[in-house]
Write a protein that binds this ligand. Structure first.
Ligand SMILES: Nc1ncnc2c1ncn2[C@@H]1O[C@H](COP(=O)(O)OP(=O)(O)OP(=O)(O)O)[C@@H](O)[C@H]1O
Ligand SMILES: CC(=O)N[C@H]1[C@@H]2OC[C@@H](O2)[C@@H](O)[C@@H]1O[C@H](C)C(=O)O
Length: 401
């Protein structure tokens, strides 16, 4: 059950910056938002939203360590600060031409994510908590911007036995619920994740679910980079994949993988759906001599089928509407395949109901920071697996400004 133990409520909207760089590592999404209310009365207005590319060298380093490259402690510290600097610049730039913000919620850059070990898995520890590392330390962002910054949102949920992800479902619940309609809010970033929000009737809050559905664009991006020798980074609008044909026996084979059959709560990352996974897909595709377009179509089908398979397997009932967000919501071929697999269920984007599909995650971290300041928990135990609701984020006050 969601509870709100709020401190005194702000009389005026609070101006907050949300900063997020996701598993695609394609740049920093910055959202400047005005927020008021707390839960069912929560309202946000997006004042400005912008994506700031990482410097190429920094992006390469991040992708390399996400793929398992070894680095020294000194390099790790340097990378942490370089990311914090890039995030600070994003926070400063997004405020140009607007009244300044009083709070920053910075997700940082995930470079490693290990879900908690589940029963039966080998571990040498009596209790095995998950581990998730986001770089771009909040204390440096706070010093560089002069704005109180909340960061490290995932650690408190993990300490409570949770996955530390997905964290957005609680925000989705208050911004995107509907009085009569059960909805799935499907993010398609590097990784996909869903929030299932039943129609707002009795006990709807206690029935909300969420989990990571598996690959979003991560494998597709790797395929495009492979087939173009790095000249292109993604399949714009899904045009290339749309010129191919999905090879269903491979989709079935890939779907038989354990992750897709694990019941929620569950989370994943590039550790599973990254370079090694893609190389295995490529090897499988070579056996059947699939063309690059067919490989792209087949990987797109894996993303679509894994999403729909998880709804059919883990939801108490299918939603009446699916709202897409994240960069993959612009992949028209992927959207078309989802529509086909979902039969009569309409598939729209959160833009269609007034919430930016591109900046929803950045907006969510602004809301989570705002909740943290008000003493309101941000996690949803049904989505993360935590033992209880907890306050999310570490506060780095701007004591020197
Ligand atoms: N016009 C487009 N057509 C097709 N795909 C697109 C388009 N625009 C963005 N994308 C895809 O969206 C990806 C970026 O999505 P997004 O920024 O939501 O991911 P992320 O936030 O990094 O990931 P996550 O949500 O897993 O943390 C790109 O890597 C690309 O694959
Ligand atoms: C560890 C981590 O960064 N996980 C991300 C990732 O990107 C999508 C999916 O996997 C999601 O569960 C999570 O982010 C979103 C913002 C979340 O926590 O809701």
């Amino acid at each position: 059950m969601l509870q709100s133990k709020s401190k005194s409520l702000p009389m005026h909207p609070t101006r907050v910056i949300g900063l997020m760089s996701g598993t695609s590592v394609d740049g920093i999404d910055a959202a400047l938002v005005e927020i008021c209310g707390t839960d069912l009365d929560l309202k946000i207005e997006l004042v400005a939203g912008e994506t700031y590319s990482y410097p190429a060298e920094l992006q390469e380093k991040i992708l390399a360590i996400c793929a398992g490259a070894a680095i020294s402690m000194a390099e790790l510290a340097e990378l942490d600060d370089a990311i914090a600097l890039a995030f600070s610049q994003a926070a400063q730039n997004i405020q140009i031409g607007h009244p300044p913000a009083t709070l920053i919620g910075s997700h940082g850059q995930t470079v490693y994510h290990r879900p908690p070990q589940i029963n039966g898995e080998k571990t040498s520890l009596p209790l095995s908590l998950g581990y998730s590392l986001q770089l771009g330390r909040g204390d440096l962002i706070s010093r560089l911007t002069g704005i109180t910054t909340i960061s490290n949102f995932r650690v408190a949920d993990i300490a409570a036995g949770g996955h530390g992800a997905p964290l957005v479902p609680r925000v989705d619940a208050y911004l995107l619920s509907h009085p009569q309609e059960g909805r799935c809010i499907q993010n398609i970033g590097g990784i996909g994740n869903v929030a299932y929000i039943p129609a707002r009737c009795d006990n709807w809050l206690s029935q909300i679910l969420g989990w990571d559905t598996g690959p979003g664009n991560s494998l597709l991006d790797l395929a495009v980079q492979h087939f173009t020798d790095g000249a292109k980074s993604y399949d714009e609008n899904g045009t290339w994949a749309a010129s191919g044909t999905p090879y269903h026996p491979l989709v079935e084979k890939w779907l038989s993988q354990d992750y897709f059959h694990l019941p929620p709560p569950k989370s994943t990352g590039r550790e599973l759906f990254g370079v090694t996974y893609f190389n295995n897909c490529l090897q499988d595709a070579q056996v059947y001599q699939l063309s690059p377009a067919d490989v792209l179509a087949t990987i797109t089908e894996l993303t679509a089928a894994s999403i729909v398979h998880s709804y059919r397997t883990f939801l108490p009932q299918m939603p009446q509407r699916v709202l897409l967000c994240g960069g993959g919501s612009r992949n028209l071929y992927l959207k078309h395949r989802l529509e086909l697999l979902l039969a009569s269920i309409p598939v729209l984007t959160t833009d269609d109901v007034g919430l930016s599909a591109a900046f929803k995650e950045a907006i969510a971290f602004a809301v989570l920071a705002y909740w943290r300041q008000l003493g309101i928990p941000g996690n949803l135990p049904a989505a993360t697996g935590a033992e209880q609701e907890v306050l999310l984020g570490e506060v780095h006050s701007n004591s020197t400004a």
